[in-house]
Design a protein around this ligand. Sequence first.
Ligand code: C2E
Ligand code: CA
Ligand code: CA
Length: 709
Amino acid sequence: MSLNHALQVGDSLCARVLSVPCSKRLLDIQPDLVSITGAYAVLNEQGQYLGLVNSREVALFPNRIFADLITRRQPPPLSADTPLEVALTIFNHAKVDFLAVLDDQGQYCGTISRFSLFNALLNHEHQLLLEKSALVDRLIAELSHHKIAETVFNATSEGIMVTDENSVILKVNPAFSNTTGYSAEEAIGQTPHLLSSGKQDKAFYQEMWCSITTRNQWQGEIWNRRKSGEIYPEWLTINRIRTPEENGIRYVGVFSDISLHKELENTLQRLAYYDSLTGLPNRTLLRNRLDFLITNRKHDESNSKIALVFIDLDNFKYINDALGHQIGDAVLIEVGKRLRDAMCESDTVARFGGDEFAALIAQYESETSLARCVRKIFDHLNGHILIEGHEVFVSVSIGVAQYPQDASDCDGLLQLADIAMYRAKDSGREQISYYAPEMNRKVVDRLKIENALRNAFENDRFWLAWQPQVDLKTERFIGVEVLMRCSAPELDGIGPDIFIPIAEENGLIARLGEWALKKAVADALEHLLPVVDQGFRVAVNLSPVQLNKSTIDLVLPLARALMEKNLILEIEMTESVVMKDRTHAIGYLQTMAGFGIEFSIDDFGTGYSNLSRLADLPIHRLKIDQSFIQKMTDTGHRMNQMIQAIIDMGHALEIKVLAEGIETLEQKQALTALGCDEAQGYFYAKPMKLAEFRALLAKQSTSSDESPP
Ligand code: C2E
Ligand code: CA
Ligand code: CA
């Protein structure tokens, strides 16, 4: 697409972006500013640009400082002199709503959106058209003095046609012939009807003539037909002038072909309001429609309701990772189609980006009919999709919020549908969840936990619990899993199963995880050496977020320090981390394994496993998830076979198998019979304080040959 003028992104800044200091939170910003803001540009203390944050993320975490909300992957800022075409291409590729702009000193000067580009272009077009009208006025001044400047007439790129008072064409210029295809000979003597496209109705021409007779001028857009038959839009100015000598009337029509501009306008419209992959409306258009519906609904008495449905694919990342982006894109297109099929014509279906879709149900009678409609979406989207010979299983989580009962404005509804959707994800995915006020309370609780965690960390309120692992053959303690605990009173009753995921999301896990690793190793070296066997393992849980270069640098010296005293550092990670096809992750694991660090796969059996990869990775131990062990006694035979299969597979790959969460003697005996190597669970010991653990180990070392632990 050629934009044929030199507009730059610096001319197209968007009014709806607020710049904010990185250390501030949403709660610190004036509410009236917040309500018009589409995004926030985060600046450091020196006023330098750090990154952009979408207002939606900010709304979900009003208590977090802006610096922590900057998403890692966003395109770099553009310089103010970047041409608009370049910016449009970046928008298309990067799938973002906003891009930051820096001036030639590298200072932040604003942000653009597709919409602001679109606006700037339309304004620019408008300016061009106004300039053209000024040119026409000058020409007319000359004409009326009866000295038509032949050179201007012939050279201008606007088509010009002069008619007498009966609309018979007297004169046309070369640009007229270029645009219409009619030569001067063909046109002279005809009337402008020659060019009529039939697209304008009678009323249109009446209005036009009315303006010419009363104001001597008409200006506007009109569709005409070329000699070739092609219909095209032109911007036309008609002036009525008197010729002093002959005392007659002349009509002078000056026009320019604006088909290019029209095309541009359409393209921009598409870019600004539609998603390029699926062709569905985007977030902006859905918002506009929702806003429009709500405004109208407030004025009519119908009391009918509006529902906003958020839809998120549950396993899209796996599809993308495993089958590649091309298949991923095809899945999104198909989901878009199915969603469209599930809805009425009058409802809006939109793609919000990534694997997020939304549907706007403009009207429904009762809760039951809404439920039926949402169920239909759910059933249409869940299931198998066949793409290029791959059978892909898709499942979705759905969140629903309703106007007016849940929220009375557009932003509120968007936010609550999002909260409901997250709720559906939290309660196990592949669910529908309707917004309920208590969910908001959950969000608030979460914010409280988040704050409490930060405080607890700063005030040194974390400690480690130690839970032994036992060799099922010798019944000796051969290792320990170190588990995090928090003693802050605000977090009473909140265990790591709740606070670790929150710390992972807000980034605290990096420091918390580092503390746990260092503390575990230091404590083991200081307190456990006299009471443990050679080769005793200290197992620490590593969050997926921690699998990066700086953690590796931290871990290697710790592992070495343990090894010098004949202890082994073990790292527990869940399946998804290890199985993901990420070459750098494998690299990290291999580097660490090379230093004698051992790896166990935690909660084995509950995640996504690519078993063929298991053989390629430096894995030393599978920890069968406790849920399997608990079901052993219940369902008996089938679960036992499953566990047997895991054990056999592990042994075939020379990987040890540990059973987690053993609570009873029966479980222990059954697992021993199945050939399981090791165990951990309340049956042996609960996680305990270091001093207790040391005492427990000491008892074992003094009574080595006596009864089992
Ligand atoms: P996990 O790694 O699967 O840890 C085992 C969990 O099972 C522990 O819960 C432990 O107390 C519990 N458990 C052990 N034996 C039994 C049993 O016989 N019956 C039952 N019902 N439960 C048993 P905890 O300590 O609440 O930890 C929960 C999760 O939090 C851990 O699951 C782990 O994913 C995470 N976590 C704990 N500490 C850390 C840490 O330092 N770093 C990271 N990244 N995650 C941690
Ligand atoms: Ca673990
Ligand atoms: Ca586990």
